[in-house]
Design a protein around this ligand. Structure first.
Ligand SMILES: C[S@@+](CC[C@H](N)C(=O)[O-])C[C@H]1O[C@@H](n2cnc3c(N)ncnc32)[C@H](O)[C@@H]1O
Length: 104
């Protein structure tokens, strides 16, 4: 049996190309994933493994009243997510108001 790793990692890694792949994948699959999902009645959502924020961005565009808390084991991913969300108009509004869109 393999002992638990003291420094957790992620199968696909955190390279720039992998982060870009996550953004592209999220956009390509958006209608397929979210076509059947309605969070219109929800106010708070915990996004575990929020990565670079690709799904967070889509969630906040589709459900502007939603408060999303993203968690990820990688500070690299979280830093990229903060950058991505800060330059996305419907997300940066929430960030400017000081709402903790992301938290580790
Ligand atoms: C498929 S990727 C991210 C996809 C994400 N929806 C996005 O839009 O970028 C999966 C993420 O889960 C994170 N992860 C894997 N295991 C985790 C765990 N046990 N706790 C928190 N995050 C985890 C990885 O670091 C990685 O960023």
């Amino acid at each position: 049996m393999t002992p638990p790793s003291s420094s957790p990692t992620y199968l696909h890694g955190f390279s720039g190309s992998e982060q870009q792949r996550l953004m592209t994948q999220a956009r390509l699959l958006e209608s397929r994933i979210f076509g059947q999902i309605d969070y219109g009645g929800a106010r708070r959502l915990l996004e575990v493994g929020s990565g670079v924020g690709a799904q967070t961005e889509i969630l906040l565009r589709r459900f502007p009243e939603l408060h999303v808390t993203g968690v990820d084991l990688s500070e690299t991913q979280l830093a990229t997510a903060r950058e991505n969300l800060a330059r996305t108009p419907w997300c940066s509004t929430q960030l400017r108001r000081g709402v903790p869109v992301l938290g580790a």
